[in-house]
Design a protein around this ligand. Structure first.
Ligand code: NAD
Ligand code: ZN
Ligand code: ZN
Length: 394
């Protein structure tokens, strides 16, 4: 089969590799029909090289048609249309049964002391071959796969794999009071979906912050009050002015960080290199594109007694945190990988109804053949050609 494989920093290729087969009675094989490229994949593309081997197959946002099932897989059958959650979870351990599927005790990667294994996401998360491929072996398939109806286009359901549950969890964890205010930092696919979910769940004010003009425009068109982080010398003061002088009730950090410690400054420059020049310069001067500053900004922005919810991935082991400010402001912090399965019952009715309240059908900007994956990674990272969400079609 053909599959997207990691070959080095900024180097993904479509390789011919052996077809996957059923290895355990709890496995299934699916023929992939759509597979998203995620901001998390950009971390692999950019800096997580030490944890990934050349040839590892990427991708954790797949859906498709069941080709084969192991003996213990009974809730799906050959020919069913299914979406595959990005976390691999068993459904019956203590963590899974309390809705913490991202901490599944059956698939935890003990060698690295991390939580549940993930599809296509480095040795830290089990080095499981991913779903940007023609075929995918799905471990723990007696539980994970979400059966979806025939008929509507793939885009209706694809985001159940990651974007929708991640955004849903971020907003739930943000604990926005009814009619209250929430600011979302970063308006990539995750951040923008957070703004849509927050509106849907009844937030009174939704403020979105980014520095890429098209992304700000997309959110504005959805009724989000947008703030260009590069355009204000006193960004915190500006957001406070929008929220009765207090700051938003909750802040969601949907930026994340790709590195920590000494490499951070260098990374900031490399990231800035992917933005249009003027935007990048302003960002470095004012906002700092080094991604720990996004978290620190969230802590500064949120009102006293408010909640900061992190969906952006952080990886630093000893990141310095502003403890005085966090303690003094009496903040609540929540974070983590999405527990995908936990939120599916809430989300399924929203994607199956005619009205498409979260706008998933028009969410992707690019649907391209699997063979063009290297180009898809490049335009998504460099934010070129209007790339916002890229979906690969094997
Ligand atoms: N928790 C989870 O389960 C989960 C799931 C999926 C993705 N993620 C993470 O969410 C994050 C976002 O993913 P995405 O797919 O939206 O990717 P993305 O890279 O497209 O989004 C990041 C956005 O942040 C913006 N940004 C960068 N620096 C900023 C700054 N200083 N201030 C404001 N905005 C800034 C970028 O312009 C971009 O629009 C990533 O870290 C990804 O790994 C987490
Ligand atoms: Zn993802
Ligand atoms: Zn489990």
């Amino acid at each position: 089969m053909r599959a997207v494989a990691w070959h080095g920093t900024h180097d993904v290729r479509v390789d011919t590799v052996p077809d996957p087969t059923i290895e355990h009675p709890t496995d299934a094989i699916i023929r992939v029909t759509s597979s998203g490229i995620c901001g998390s994949d950009l971390h692999l593309y950019e800096v997580l090289g030490p944890y990934i081997d050349e040839g590892d197959i990427l991708g954790h946002e797949p859906m498709g048609i069941v080709e084969a099932v192991g003996a213990e897989v009974t809730h799906i059958a050959v020919g069913d249309r299914v979406v595959i959650p990005f976390n691999i979870s068993c459904g019956h351990c203590h963590m899974c049964s309390t809705g913490l599927q991202s901490q599944c005790e059956t698939t935890q990667v003990r060698e690295y002391g991390t939580g549940a294994a993930l599809l296509g996401y480095t040795k830290l998360y089990g080095q499981v071959p991913g779903g940007q491929a023609e075929l995918l072996r799905v471990p723990q398939a007696h539980y994970g796969p979400i059966k979806v109806p025939e008929g509507p286009p793939d885009d209706r359901f694809l985001y159940l794999s990651d974007v929708l549950p991640t955004a849903w969890q971020a907003v739930k964890y943000a604990d926005v009071p009814e009619g209250g205010s929430v600011a979302v930092l970063g308006l990539g696919p995750i951040g923008e979906m957070c703004t849509r979910v927050a509106q849907h769940l009844g937030a009174g004010r939704v403020i979105g912050l980014d520095l890429v003009p098209e992304r700000l425009r997309r959110s504005r068109e959805h009724g989000v009050e947008t703030v260009d982080v590069g355009a204000h010398d006193d960004l915190v003061g500006h957001v406070r002015d929008l929220t009765d002088g207090r700051g938003p009730d909750a802040v969601i950090d949907a930026v994340g960080m790709e590195a920590h410690g000494a490499v951070l400054g260098k990374l900031a420059q490399r990231l800035a290199g992917f933005l249009p020049d003027a935007v990048a310069r302003k960002a470095i001067e004012v906002a700092g594109v080094d991604r720990l500053s996004a978290l620190h900004l969230s802590i500064e922005l949120v009102r006293r007694g408010g909640t900061v919810s992190l969906s952006g991935v952080y990886g630093g082991a000893v990141d310095p945190m502003p403890m005085l400010q966090m303690f003094d402001k009496q903040l609540t912090l929540r974070m983590g990988q999405a527990n995908v399965r936990r939120w599916i019952d809430d989300l399924l009715p929203l994607v199956t109804g005619d009205d498409d309240p979260l706008g998933v059908e028009s969410f992707a900007t690019h649907r391209i053949p699997l063979e063009e994956a290297p180009h898809g990674y490049e335009i998504f990272q460099k934010k070129q050609d209007g790339a916002f969400k890229v979906v690969l079609k094997p």
